[in-house]
Design a protein around this ligand. Structure first.
Ligand code: SF4
Length: 391
């Protein structure tokens, strides 16, 4: 397929190589943005980032500039600004908002253009195995067929039953999809690509003062990251199994994790006595965090809504099936449920604390003064818990 040639299309999909090629013709460098002639480009780059902060997934295409050049040039500048700010959580939020904007624009194209662009992005740019395949099966009008591998790579992340392979029309290793479904699958690819662009931009050197000024304003509008003091949250994470600690670390870093991982972690916290508002705090760094939805879901898991049944923490074998077990359980001493790790660890801490209190009492010392001492086996409490096998 021929590359897109129209400036208006490149302006809408500025992550494509032809858009970069078009921009190169203008000979613009970062230094160029010190020129007041490019003020609108800097403003639009700033707006792209502020929209991501304010709206995330709900970003509205109405903020797009009516000047194609401004739209085209502001995209790489916004990527450079994100790289210069160096906040991973902001980078994810920006990638989410940008990919969301791309799919909204694709959805709004007239069907002919949409088909052209969808194939250009899916097949030519991301190398997906996509073919046009227009037909109606069981009352559903399909537009494309997708190779099984590409289908599964995207669809496995979705929870809704209609994405499950058993509910799909599969013929000779190809899955039929509607245009809307293919565009949804593209969203995650675009998001990954934008993140890779930020990563490639790496360390950005000195920036022209209008860009620095825009960055200052963005930083002022950035919400403060939720940095939970993991050592001070109740039932400290040193008592949590490696799988749950890993999920917690990834959430704190603002990474998107699978639906199942979200569920398993919330169910685990709920089962060890965390209240819904305490659980929600862990999710606040996600790029697509929406408090109302998170509250509803967590309350559901905690048995405060719907059937009023509190969900159990998934078993270790289910965690393994979902790729969430760490080192195939080697750190956990043959347990069957993550809760068993927690119970053993808290029991062990109780014993260690008791021993320390007794030693301190005999010496006439406060318990806190012996906290750095070795435990009964010559290792520290935290060594014992982190290296596993709490009994
Ligand atoms: S064995 Fe169980 S508790 Fe330990 S990491 Fe695997 S899933 Fe988690």
């Amino acid at each position: 397929m021929a590359a897109i040639r129209e400036l208006s299309m490149m302006a809408k999909y500025p992550f494509l190589p032809e858009a970069r090629g078009e921009l190169a013709k203008y000979g613009i460098t970062l230094e160029s943005f010190s020129d007041p002639a490019y003020r609108r480009v800097v403003e639009r780059a700033k707006r792209r980032i502020l929209d991501a902060i304010e709206y995330g997934d709900d970003v509205n295409p109405s903020s797009i500039s009516d000047d194609d050049f401004v739209e085209l040039a502001s995209f790489p500048l916004s990527v450079a600004m994100i790289a210069a700010i160096g906040d991973k959580r902001l980078a994810r939020r920006f990638a989410l908002a940008t990919s969301s904007l791309v799919i909204k624009l694709l959805e709004s194209e007239n069907p002919e253009w949409r088909d052209e662009m969808v194939l250009r992005i899916a097949r030519d740019f991301f190398g997906m195995d996509v073919r046009r395949d227009s037909r109606i099966v069981s009352g559903i009008a399909y537009d494309y067929s997708l190779g099984l591998k590409d289908y599964l790579r995207g669809a496995l992340a979705f929870n809704k039953p209609e994405w499950k392979l058993v509910n799909r029309v599969v013929e000779r290793g190809r899955v039929l999809v509607t245009a809307h479904e293919l565009i949804r699958l593209l969203k995650d690819r675009v998001m990954e690509h934008i993140l890779s662009l930020v990563e490639k931009a790496g360390k950005v050197g000195a920036l022209p003062s209008p860009v620095e000024e825009a960055i200052r304003e963005i930083k002022e509008r950035m919400p403060t990251a939720i940095q939970l003091e993991l050592t001070t949250v109740k039932s400290g994470p040193e008592t949590w199994p490696p799988c749950m600690r890993t999920i917690a670390d990834r959430l704190m870093a603002g990474e998107n994790i699978s639906h199942f991982a979200n569920f398993a972690f919330a169910a685990f916290l709920s089962n060890i006595g965390f209240e819904p508002h305490e659980i929600i705090r862990f999710y606040a760094n996600r790029p697509d965090f929406k408090e109302r939805i998170a509250k509803y879901q967590v309350e559901h898991i905690a048995g405060l809504r719907g059937s009023r049944t509190k969900y159990m923490t998934p078993s270790c074998s289910t965690m393994k099936t979902n790729g969430l077990c760490i080192k195939d359980g080697a750190l956990c001493g043959g347990i069957r449920n993550p809760l068993a790790y927690y119970r053993r660890a808290t029991k062990k801490i109780g014993k260690i604390d008791k021993n320390k209190a007794e030693v301190g009492g005999e010496r006439g010392e406060a318990g806190g003064e012996v906290i750095g001492d070795s435990g009964p086996n010559g290792d520290t409490p935290s060594d014992q818990q982190i290296s596993g096998n709490p009994r």
